[in-house]
Design a protein around this ligand. Sequence first.
Ligand code: C2O
Ligand code: CU
Length: 510
Amino acid sequence: MNAPFSLAAARFDRRRFLISTGAAAVAMGTAACSSDSSDLTRLGSRRVEPTSPLVEQAERARRFAGARTTTLNLRADARDVDLGGAQVRTWAYGDAVPGEVVRVQRGDVLRARVENKLPQPTTIHWHGLELRNDMDGVPGLTQEAIPTGSAMDYEFVAATAGTHWFHSHVGAQRDRGLYAPLIVEDPADGADYDDELVVVLDDWLDGISSDPDEVLRSVRDSGMGRAGGHGGMMGSDFPTSDLIGPAGEVDYPHMLANGRTADAPHTVRARAGQRLRLRIINAAADTAFRVGVPGTPLRITHTDGFPVEPMVADSLLLGMGERVDAIVTVPEASTPVVALAEGRGSHAAVVLRVGTTSSAVDTTAAAARLAGSGVAGSLDLVASERVRIDPGEPDVTHDLVLSGPDRRGNWLINDQTYDPDEGLPVRTGQRVRLRLRNASMMFHPVHLHGHTVQVRGRDGGGPRKDTVLLLPHQELEVEFDAVNPGQWLTHCHNLYHGETGMKTVLSYLD
Ligand code: C2O
Ligand code: CU
């Protein structure tokens, strides 16, 4: 396998990170007035609100004649779940973590009644869909959060095919069990595989060492990475990875695949020789995973739901919020699909059980084997012709400089924390270029709501995506056409980075 440029670029030195963390407070004063960060714009009264008729009009253009309606009842509630060895009380949609797979055809109308039985207000965000702005689920921007004891009906055309997911978008709720896969089937799919398997990855602490609200409080009180001792934080001992640098800041006792630990993994029957399409979703808050089937190459077909020119790799690095689809040919013996928690020395797995033997599969040995094999990054992929956005001269270019943590532990975009009244103005019909620059020592998966972007790689090629993993100090340009009016959150998909400020608004103005 070729060494992927986007990963080979960053080799990490833990000492360097600790030194610069220590120096952060000192450097702050100069960073705040450095001239290379663009400012965010005060958005004012000319914004296209989620309630605008323009939003309704864009939705009408997405409707297919004869589309079906899929109805869904989602009850967000406290629940006891078995993670495989660990019993926890958490918040979930229905009886299981992750919530049941939702599967629709592209163009179907999805009608979801969300009942809130939680002790906090909640919303749902439909991650990956280019949908109507008022159904995007961002509290304080596209809707008021659903109060405890109330319900809301979400209804929209699911126009974006692919492996997507949905999750709560309030506070630290996503770091509980409030997430589920959302598969939007593409009529063009199905020719090159026999069966499919959805694999949802997560880092877990809720109900064990702490809960996500407590972690968020400790992050806010003491600054990310600076909380000593327990309460879910790592203290000063950051795990580090060759690929991504500091691997995360929250100490998770468990890594899960389909809601199960590697000690008691989710097991599915498979046939030797069968071509299995894996749809892998990283639903973690603070953990990147390296995914693969040791000894069996992945034929990568999609990233974030969009087809790519097929690429073969031993494993792929997946940031939080990202998805990958890959086809594997099931080997003769039972084998695990492994997800290494990058830099953390732990893993999760789903076991493919082949034949009639029931001997245990050693996922730890498999994880070690995967760690020693090749790894690709999703930025190495190239969008298929039919979904590629042709290069064009941008009408507007915005810089997004990602930095932090500042003295108070906040993570910043263009030197400031989230303010829903400031952001990046665009107008309908414009070609938009975003210049993303990671000015920090941590990786950030940047997610754009309601749009998908064409990554401009080294030779102009690159994948089409909604979540882009930026390594420490990496710079990257992405482009898209502004064709979905409204107010769209853009943020780091590290939950604790987003909730301590690393969010902004892509704002359509009239
Ligand atoms: Cu998957 Cu704003 O998030
Ligand atoms: Cu981040």
